[in-house]
Write a protein that binds this ligand. Structure first.
Ligand code: FAD
Length: 368
């Protein structure tokens, strides 16, 4: 069986090239450097910079919304691991531009134009949370991060130093291979992200590495509001699965079966529900005059996305049976990647937060 096109967008050379490489990097230590180089060559790393710094405002300006949305969704279709790294880069650039000093912004803009990939590493290693203390004229970090994506590719990460009065952000170098340990990333999916632990103990930072004030990181609508970005990638992954599902049914001569047609219809409504919700949330959150409450739309859209991605996974598994589990096929890889990528921080708390805002404001979702 020849591999069907993973999504109905064969003319897009960048997505097609990334999709074609996805199987090879699906292993522990998988190498995405060719994909990140391709994103740089296409101008996508720099596109995440604000317009005034030579970018297209992807993820950080209203003008860049359509581009950012299409890029994240398209990369999700092509390779969810690449989408994960690109989303982290987009988020990191946004945080530097929101909260960094003029010098920090200029430095990051320069390095991103030169092809540097950034990340956001927020999750503390249990028992070794990140700390920051003064050391002479500079700063020194302690502790470690876990679940840190792009260990071998991210040269600087925005890291969160958590505390009772909220997290403080800093831009830290992450280019010392002896500090990186991917061995704990023993998971079935998203292997190519090369995620894992990074030990910052004793790492020195310049004084202007700190971004903004304590608590800035969780300011809305940028914090929870930004979850639309990884959800757009999830939506793309689900689209790729559905395209493969349809192609597999066609190839087996089963597409006219009424049960399978029911599943195709259910997949179509699942994808379009996600897309509509995500676009609405992203438009509200990325508007110039967005209010903090716009983040609630992103939280609701996240729930819609998770529910519909899980529905698509189940429909495809039931519709194809064992073929959905056959190792070495794109369907099996994307199922594993999407299933894992859906595990993002605090899904229950996010749903509760959205519900509390609706109740507290006495609003319907359509009023937001
Ligand atoms: C592919 C991938 C890449 C990632 N890359 C990064 C990265 O670059 N940087 C980074 O910082 N993080 C990264 N993460 C981590 C991510 O942001 C989340 O922190 C992580 O996925 C959450 O893992 P978990 O499902 O084990 O969480 P858990 O918090 O254990 O959640 C599992 C379930 O428990 C519930 N739960 C959570 N807390 C409680 C509680 N106190 N009591 C009861 N129930 C609770 C949750 O709602 C959920 O239902 C990545 C994750 C993935 C999958």
């Amino acid at each position: 069986m020849s591999a069907p096109a993973p999504f109905p967008d064969p003319h897009d050379a960048l997505f097609s090239a990334i999709a074609a490489r996805a199987a090879a990097s699906d292993r522990p230590g998988g190498d995405l450097s060719a994909d990140i180089a391709a994103l740089h060559e296409a101008g996508w790393l720099a596109a995440c910079l604000p317009l005034e710094r030579g970018g297209q405002g992807w993820g950080c300006a209203q003008e860049g919304l359509a581009g950012a949305f299409a890029a994240l969704r398209g990369l999700g279709r092509a390779n969810l691991s690449v989408a994960r790294l690109f989303e982290g880069h987009m988020n990191a650039v946004k945080l530097v531009m929101l909260y960094g000093s003029e010098q920090a912004q200029a430095r990051v803009a320069h390095s991103v134009h030169a092809g540097e990939l950034l990340g956001v590493w927020g999750a503390d290693d249990p028992g070794h949370p990140l700390t920051l203390s003064r050391s002479g004229a500079g700063l020194v970090l302690g502790g470690a991060k876990r679940f840190a994506s792009g260990l071998a590719l991210v040269r600087h990460a925005v890291v969160a130093i958590n505390g009772d009065e909220g997290p403080l952000l800093a831009l830290a170098p992450t280019d010392n291979p002896s500090r990186a340990d991917p061995s704990g990333w023993a998971v079935a999916g998203m292997r190519a992200t090369q995620s894992g632990r990074y030990d910052f103990a004793g790492a020195e930072l310049p004084a202007d590495a700190v971004l903004g004030e304590r608590g800035d990181y969780t300011r809305e609508p940028h914090f929870e509001g930004g979850v639309w970005r990884y959800c757009a990638a999830h939506c793309g992954g689900a689209e790729a699965l559905v395209a493969l599902f349809r192609a597999a049914l066609l190839e087996r001569g089963r597409i006219e079966d009424p049960h399978q047609l029911d599943r195709i219809a259910a997949c179509a409504t699942a994808i379009e529900s996600m897309r509509l919700w995500l676009w609405r949330a992203a438009e509200a959150v990325e508007a110039h005059d967005a209010s903090p409450d716009a983040a609630t739309l992103s939280l609701l859209a996240r729930q819609v996305t998770e529910d519909n991605c899980r529905a698509v996974l189940s429909l495809v598994e039931r519709g194809l049976g064992m073929a959905a589990h056959e190792e070495g096929t794109p369907i099996e890889r994307i199922r594993r990647d999407l299933g894992l990528f859906l595990c993002q921080a605090q899904p229950d708390a996010k749903r509760q937060r959205a519900a509390r805002t609706l109740v507290g404001l006495g609003l319907r979702a359509e009023d937001l």
